[in-house]
Design a protein around this ligand. Structure first.
Ligand SMILES: Nc1ncnc2c1ncn2[C@@H]1O[C@H](COP(=O)(O)OP(=O)(O)O)[C@@H](O)[C@H]1O
Ligand SMILES: [Mg+2]
Length: 290
């Protein structure tokens, strides 16, 4: 039996339950015996009782995307989908991700890490202020005027003890999925507000997508090659999605790696897979087999 793990206390629990519903449906269609399970304080007891062959992790945000649930499953000896403990924890942390990618020659926006508001000595405007370890644009601000910086810093520190301030990359918004080591078609996100936030991601219908993104051939090649390299050096597994800003010179700056991307039919990764001729069911089976 396959257990699809969903929900939990994460601010993204609602999205997770939607992903889980789509995953359960696909696995049933594929002929698997499936059960969906809510992540709560009884999780270990429930897993012991169910004895699944494998857990399909459909959690988004923390806990789940940060390696904690993966650690529990490792301890219990239950196989699971997607990235392992260390890879999940590193990708959850935008500061750690930036440092590793940079050291491997992958372009990331220029930035600094801070551990208290008093430490902040950033001067470049516009900039982006973000908590190191949250998802879904929670606590992130794009600062366009100097006088807004303090407020943005204080907001980010509400969510984490560590924050990152980056130069604002003017340009296009791209995301590229990698499935079991192979890059899938690049998606361009064209939001009406110019800022791809939680509302635009999950609620408003005004965001447009272009798959595959219309880019110069060399840029496409560079992004796909970098994406597969990132997957290798961060030791990812299953399906991940890498967020990118492409500047006016067509330099693809990596913002972050999402280790458990949205898995509803509307989500970006399934859209990209479809453009590569991979049906939703096939995609779910590929992730399951990992
Ligand atoms: N350095 C940056 N330059 C321009 N836009 C940025 C930058 N960092 C983040 N953004 C914008 O904020 C969004 C969310 O940032 P991201 O780092 O992907 O965090 P998350 O998706 O976890 O909230 C991005 O999709 C992008 O639109
Ligand atoms: Mg993102």
């Amino acid at each position: 039996m396959i257990v699809v793990l969903k929900g939990g206390p994460s601010p993204e629990a609602e999205v997770s339950r939607k992903s889980a519903a789509a995953v359960v449906k696909a696995l049933k269609n594929l002929g698997y015996k499936v059960l969906d399970l809510e992540l709560d304080e009884n999780i270990a007891k429930n897993l012991l009782k169910l004895q699944p062959e494998k857990v399909f992790i459909a959690l988004h945000g923390v806990p789940g995307e940060d390696g904690s649930v993966q650690g529990l499953l490792e301890t219990m000896g239950i196989p699971y989908t997607g990235c392992g403990v260390e890879s999940s924890a590193v990708c959850m942390d935008k500061d750690a991700t930036r440092r590793i990618l940079k050291s491997h020659g992958i372009p990331v926006p220029a930035g600094e890490t801070y551990f208290s508001p008093e430490e902040v000595n950033w001067i470049e405007i516009p900039c982006v202020v973000k908590p190191a370890r949250t998802g879904s644009t929670v606590g992130i601000s794009i600062v366009k005027e100097e006088k807004m910086l303090t407020e943005a810093v204080n907001l980010a520190f509400k969510y984490d003890r560590k924050i990152v301030i980056e130069e604002f990359i003017e340009g296009r918004e791209l995301t590229v999925p990698v499935l079991n080591g192979k890059a899938l078609p690049i998606v361009e996100i064209i939001p009406e507000s110019g800022f791809y936030d939680y509302e635009a991601k999950y609620k408003k219908k005004t965001t447009k997508y272009e798959v595959p993104a219309q880019l110069p051939e060399k840029t496409t090649e560079r992004i796909m090659k970098n994406a597969e390299k990132i997957y290798r050096i961060l030791e990812c597994k299953g399906a991940v999605r890498i967020d990118i800003r492409l500047d006016e010179m067509n330099v693809p700056y990596v913002l972050e790696v999402n280790t458990i991307p949205g898995m509803t039919e509307r989500s970006l990764l399934p859209k990209s897979a479809a453009a590569a001729g991979i049906t939703f069911e096939k995609l779910i089976e590929e992730i399951l087999k990992g």
